[in-house]
Design a protein around this ligand. Structure first.
Ligand SMILES: NC(=O)C1=CN([C@@H]2O[C@H](COP(=O)(O)OP(=O)(O)OC[C@H]3O[C@@H](n4cnc5c(N)ncnc54)[C@H](O)[C@@H]3O)[C@@H](O)[C@H]2O)C=CC1
Ligand SMILES: CC(C)CC(=O)C(=O)O
Ligand SMILES: [Mg+2]
Length: 362
């Protein structure tokens, strides 16, 4: 198979973790006889520095003519003083919108060898396997108006949370389709006791559920969900929710695995190739120090192999390689009990590459 991948390293640890992931993908290509080619594009702060624009048109064009997109992360203190519409994060939001990447899949699976890396009890986190399906191109991150106004002699800031029925329908349907081939349970998360958009969300979820009689639907308020994720995460199969709730709940859920540096994601569109990225940000506090955990980005590649290219066996082999290195005790600083024994980004990457050469498949 020949595939062209647009690589958008971005800022902070973005270039470190994407470079690790590509080394791993090259090994997968060699081992299974696939040719992966890469073309880099600018996004985020680095794009502002070089072009004045967080999302240059060439980057959007590059993504449109590629078979998949790998992204690191955007943002950092260097650009924090810029107005909202000029910030690096606007580049990522703009790309998601331009490519209509409305379905963000964030799987949360715990590794038994990592239970000691979590502060939660092992009986709570052992065997967690849930999928957060986050709406990615609507809601409060995109709503208009978004402005500062003067009212009653005081400055006010306005953000707008709006969802259309069709936006809700397509993401909830995606959640049900995934639950159908998983454990047949959807938890639709909202704030319907307060928000009108959540009440519409509930109505639409009930409608969509009629098309999936084998899948059960429960509704849960987001504050309760935040608590249940820590109390009893194994009770969840698929969580489907709006943009901001999904953003926050997935960072929280990452701690079930031991670190934010563990969670991958796939952002899927009906019309364009998918974008694969770790759920974490640019981590300016550790950028350039070789401390970043590359596993979230490496596991995002596994999602690319499966969801974009249909290469299920290759994806499995990569997951198994990650599992093996963790079982053998490899830990970056975010996962290590004893930081003096922690591996660097490159060392962890080399461990995965070494495991790939011995991982068998049938
Ligand atoms: N998808 C994206 O590009 C995202 C970008 N951001 C941006 O990133 C910048 C930093 O945001 P923060 O709130 O600090 O969130 P962050 O996710 O960058 O970092 C939060 C904490 O987790 C740690 N961390 C994150 N990824 C890690 C990894 N792979 N290995 C080890 N430790 C890791 C960081 O060191 C930090 O202590 C901001 O400019 C923010 O807007 C934030 C989230 C997502
Ligand atoms: C620009 C932000 C919305 C990025 C983020 O936090 C995320 O997608 O998880
Ligand atoms: Mg986030």
């Amino acid at each position: 198979m020949r595939k062209k991948i647009a690589v958008l390293p971005g800022d902070g640890i973005g270039p470190e973790v994407t470079s690790s992931a590509l080394k791993v993908l090259n090994i997968i290509g060699e081992r299974f006889g696939h040719e992966f080619t890469y073309e880099e594009g600018l996004i985020g702060g680095v794009a502002i520095d070089q072009t004045g624009n967080p999302l240059p048109e060439e980057t959007v064009e590059l993504c449109k003519k590629s078979d998949a997109i790998l992204l690191g992360a955007v943002g950092g203190p260097k650009w924090d003083q810029l107005p909202g519409h000029q910030r690096p994060e606007k580049g990522l939001l703009g790309l998601r919108k331009a490519l209509q990447l409305f379905a963000n899949l964030r799987p949360v699976t715990t590794f038994s060898s990592l239970t000691e890396a979590s502060t939660l009890k092992s009986e709570v986190i052992e065997g967690v396997d849930l999928m957060i399906v986050r709406e990615l191109t609507g809601g409060i991150y995109f709503g208009e108006p978004r402005e500062r106004i003067e009212k009653n002699g005081e400055e006010h800031a306005i953000d707008t949370l709006t969802y259309s029925k069709s936006e809700i329908e397509r993401i909830v349907r995606k959640g049900f389709e995934l639950a159908q081939v998983r454990n047949k349970k959807v938890t639709s998360v909202d704030k319907a006791n307060v928000l009108e958009s959540s009440r519409l969300w509930r109505e639409v979820a009930e409608e969509v559920a009629k098309d999936f009689p084998e899948v059960s639907l429960e509704h849960m308020l987001v504050d309760n969900c935040a608590m249940q994720l820590i109390r009893a995460p194994k009770a969840f199969d698929v969580i489907v929710t709006e943009n901001m709730f999904g953003d926050i709940l997935s960072d929280e859920a990452s701690m079930l695995t031991g670190s934010l540096g563990m969670l991958p994601s796939a952002s899927l569109s009906a019309t364009c190739c998918g974008l694969y990225e770790p759920i974490h940000g640019s981590a300016p506090d550790i950028a350039g120090k070789g401390l970043a955990n590359p596993l979230a980005t490496i596991s995002s590649l596994s999602m690319m192999l499966k969801y974009e290219f249909g290469l299920e066996q290759e994806a499995e082999v990569l997951n198994e390689a990650v599992n093996q290195v963790l079982s053998n005790g490899a830990r970056t600083a975010d996962l290590a009990k004893d930081a003096s024994h922690a591996l660097s980004t490159d060392e962890m990457t080399e461990r995965v590459i070494a495991a790939l050469s011995v991982t068998s498949y049938t």
